[in-house]
Design a protein around this ligand. Sequence first.
Ligand SMILES: Nc1ncnc2c1ncn2[C@@H]1O[C@H](COP(=O)(O)OP(=O)(O)O)[C@@H](O)[C@H]1O
Ligand SMILES: CC(=O)N[C@@H](CCC(=O)OP(=O)(O)O)C(=O)O
Length: 287
Amino acid sequence: MKKQTAMTRDYVATARTLNEALPYLQRYDDAIVVIKLGGHAMGSDEGMASFARDVMLMRTVGVNPVVVHGGGPMINDLLARLGVVSDFVNGQRVTDAATVEVVEMVLSGRVNKRIVQAINSAGGKAVGLSGKDADLIVCDQADPELGFVGRPTDINLNLLQQLFQAEMIPVIAPIGTGRNGETFNINGDIAAGAVAAALKADRLLLLTDVSGVKNAAGDVVTELSAAEVEEMTRAGIIAGGMIPKTQTALDAVRAGVRACSIVDGRVANAVLLELFTDHGAGSIIRA
Ligand SMILES: Nc1ncnc2c1ncn2[C@@H]1O[C@H](COP(=O)(O)OP(=O)(O)O)[C@@H](O)[C@H]1O
Ligand SMILES: CC(=O)N[C@@H](CCC(=O)OP(=O)(O)O)C(=O)O
C-alpha cells in the first residue's frame, strides 16, 4: 500500500513535469540548439549515456541539436604519454606541428566516435564530423604565437541544413581546415560559438565541470551582462578555460544567437533541465 502511494506520487510529479515542459516544447519546436560538451564534462559511461538520451529526446520533440565537443584532458593524457607538455595562453593550447597531429588524432578519433556511438545507442542518427569534412569549418591562424590554432572564418551551413532535414545529429570535432591545406586546432567553445553564430541558433549550451560563472565570492552569477563579463575578466575573476567560454558567449549573442548558457554538464539531464523546465541552472548571457 505504502509503495503504491509513493508510486502514485511519482506519476503525479512526472505529469507535472511534462505539463511544465509544454510551453518550452512549443518554444523549441524546430529550434536549433548547439551543445558544446567539454572534456571535463565527459566523465563516466553512464554520464555519456544520459547525455546521449537527452540529445535524442531533443531530436524526438523536434529540436535540431548540434553537438560540438572538446577533449582537452584526453589530449593532455596522450601528450603526457608522449612526454610533451603544452603551454596555454588565455585558455588556448599553444599548438606546434607535432601537437596538432595528436590533437586531431584524439578529437576526430576516439572522442568524437565515443559521442557518436552513445547517441546512436540511444536510438539517434549521429554523424561524426571534423571541420575538415566538406570544409565544415574553414579557419585562419588565430595568432602566430599560438601556432596551429584556428579562428573560424567560414562554416558550411548547407551541410548542416542537409543533416537537419535528414533528422541526423551532427557531432563535430573542433578541427579546422586552412586555406593552404593546414590543420588547425580550435578551442571547442570557440568552434561551438562559430557554428551557433553561423546557424543563428536559438540557444548555445556550454557544458562544463563547474556550476556556472562564479564571482569573487565563489557564487554562481545566474545572469551576466557583457559589461560584467569584461569587468570580471579584467579583474582576473574569470580566468583560464572560462575566458574562451565567456568570450564565445558574448560573440555568439552579438552574432544573433538568442542566448548562451554555461552549465554543469556533470549534473544528470543538465540539457533537459536547461531547455525544458523552469529550473535551468548555471549562468545565462542573453542577446
Ligand atoms: N569565474 C570562474 N567561474 C567558474 N569557473 C572558472 C572561473 N574562472 C576560471 N574558471 C575555471 O574554468 C574551468 C572551465 O574551463 P575548462 O577547464 O576549459 O572546461 P571544459 O573542459 O569544460 O571546456 C573551471 O573548471 C574553472 O576551473
Ligand atoms: C586551441 C585549443 O585550446 N584547443 C583545445 C581543443 C579541445 C578543447 O577545447 O577541449 P575542452 O573543451 O575539453 O577544454 C585543446 O587543445 O585543448
